[in-house]
Design a protein around this ligand. Structure first.
Ligand code: E4P
Length: 221
């Protein structure tokens, strides 16, 4: 399962990219709203593209099919490699259909059920983003929904890639991988949490202590 970072913060993305663990970036309007308002969105996205060079999802904010297509064309005019992120609403499906006929990759976002995932894939989505944390927040099990989507995908050899989105903690990454997601898009903080283990830290401290002791002994012998 590949990892994307779910962020529009250039410093976070640069660090995650340096570690070599991410294959792409997903952004959304809320993530972009947290960044420097004096920077145009296209400049932030261009910087992210320079850093990562892989998948970048950029979301439209129109709720009408024509508006979404216009926005997609504008995004592609400054970033031809962009994947256009489209909300899972009927107007969005019509936009996905049009864009897929032009071989423009799309990521259908805000997917909360297997039927939505199926509709998005049938409309021609390249990616479907199943939101885990937001389902958990309302007392549903996001991983159960993801597991159902992955089962349908397997059975019917669906082509769209399943992205586990709205990831809130490292166990979501593990469970998403076990459930059959192709990609997990993970906030920077959770990505960093997923790399640490107290036994790694304790083990490293012991190795460093023993290496220093030996060095001291070799000096005194
Ligand atoms: C997906 O691409 C979205 O950007 C994201 O995962 C939303 O997650 P949230 O529920 O933490 O806002």
């Amino acid at each position: 399962m590949q990892l994307f970072v779910d962020s529009a913060n250039v410093d976070e993305i640069r660090h995650a990219a340096q570690l070599g663990i991410i294959a792409g970036v997903t952004t959304n309007p809320s993530l972009l709203a947290k960044e420097d308002p004096t920077q145009p969105v296209e400049r932030i996205i261009a910087t992210i593209q320079e850093i990562v060079g892989g998948h970048i999802s950029v979301e439209v904010v129109s709720t009408e099919t024509d508006g979404m297509i216009r926005e997609a064309e504008e995004i592609l005019s400054w970033l031809p490699e962009a994947t256009i992120k489209i909300p899972m609403i009927p107007a969005g499906l019509a936009a996905v259909r049009q864009l897929s006929r032009r071989d423009i990759p799309t990521n259908v976002t805000l997917v909360f059920s297997p039927t939505q995932a199926l509709a998005a894939a049938n409309a021609g989505a390249s990616y479907v983003s199943v939101f885990l944390g937001r389902l958990d927040d309302i007392g549903h099990d996001g991983i159960d929904v993801l597991r159902d989507v992955a089962e349908i995908w397997d059975m019917h050899h669906m082509e769209a890639e399943i992205i586990a989105a709205s990831v809130r903690h490292p166990m979501h990454i593990v469970e998403a991988a076990k459930a059959g997601a192709h990609i997990a898009t993970v906030p920077y903080k959770v990505l960093m949490q997923s790399l640490t283990h107290p036994l790694t830290d304790a083990g490293l401290q012991a190795f460093l202590r023993d290496a220093a002791k030996r060095q001291q002994r070799s000096v005194t012998v």
